[in-house]
Design a protein around this ligand. Structure first.
Ligand code: BT5
Length: 264
């Protein structure tokens, strides 16, 4: 079970988790972290919930976090974040941290650009980074991570845009949510210093799914097909079209999928 006391017992790690807000049920941990960001809560405040009733993905999409089976967390970051603290890079940071945390449990995870964490070709976790600007300064940022841990947490195929899985299903062994939380926070702490530096985008690219493969990028009903070449220096996606022309996209609400979408 998750609880305030158990979570506090494993934190802080660096500056992360000096303040912890744990709730059995919340609308969205990102929404709560943003309201704490509007208030006086400090850099590294961690919000964790056992269940979300209004969990959010990108745009109008939702994120399901059923009670007792998953992990939903949001970290509040304050400036000093530096120049690299845009939402795209923070999504990358969250995805790298989630992949490396899952790796510590024996999983070979990949990032479906920009923000999805895949295990065995299925989505096991998602990241939602949001930034609040005051004029041209970052006031605060929130990185939210949702992970399907136990089998019951992954929605069935007919309820999702992209097939889902859980850590326990993909790894074939039990995963303790508190240990996973600790691993994710440790990886966020490890990688946050790379924000705005080439090392972050290099690490993000190294962990990409479908590198060198044909993919479809869909947005507002329009699809573009091309080879996923890698990432530009700012984390946007490079796609080589059939004629050899290369395009770079940083579109937020794009839906990426492999052309050959057979599952492993
Ligand atoms: C995401 O958006 O994948 C970002 C998800 C971020 C969730 C975390 S939980 C903590 C924090 N608080 C929040 O309110 N959010 C963050 P996107 O790439 O737009 O994908 C959303 C789509 O994923 C949905 O439209 C569904 O098709 C699918 N989906 C919903 N719940 C899922 C789940 N549990 N597992 C796999 N796919 C899911």
């Amino acid at each position: 079970m998750l609880s305030q006391a158990r979570i506090e017992s494993i934190l802080p790690i660096g500056d992360l988790g000096r303040q912890v807000v744990y709730l059995d049920t919340v609308g969205s941990t990102n929404d709560l972290a943003k309201s704490l960001g509007e208030g006086s809560y400090g850099n590294g405040t961690l919000v964790v919930a056992d269940e979300q009733t209004q969990g959010r993905g990108r745009g109008e999409r939702g994120w399901l976090t059923p009670a007792g089976t998953a992990l939903a967390l949001s970290v509040l970051l304050r400036p000093g974040l530096g120049a690299g603290a845009n939402a795209l890079a923070l999504n990358g940071l969250g995805a790298i941290a989630a992949v490396d945390a899952v790796e510590a449990f024996g999983g070979n995870a990949r990032i479906k650009w920009p923000n999805d964490v895949l295990l065995a070709g299925r989505k096991a976790a998602g990241v939602l980074a949001e930034v609040s600007w005051a004029e041209d300064q970052v006031e605060y940022a929130v990185i939210g991570i949702g992970v399907n841990v136990q089998r019951g947490s992954a929605p069935p195929d007919d309820q999702v845009l992209f097939p889902a899985t859980s850590l326990e299903e993909a790894l074939g062994k039990p995963v303790d949510r508190l240990e996973l939380l600790r691993a994710i926070v440790a990886q966020l702490d490890r990688w946050q210093g790379a924000l705005g530096k080439p090392g972050l985008v290099e690490a993000w690219q190294e962990r990409l799914a479908y590198l060198g493969e044909q993919i479809l990028l869909e947005q507002q009903g329009e699809a573009v097909q091309g080879e996923l070449v890698g990432l530009a220096g700012d984390g946007r996606l490079r796609l080589r079209l059939a004629g050899g022309q290369e395009i770079v996209t940083g579109q937020d609400f794009v839906h990426l999928r492999p052309v050959d979408s057979r599952l492993e």
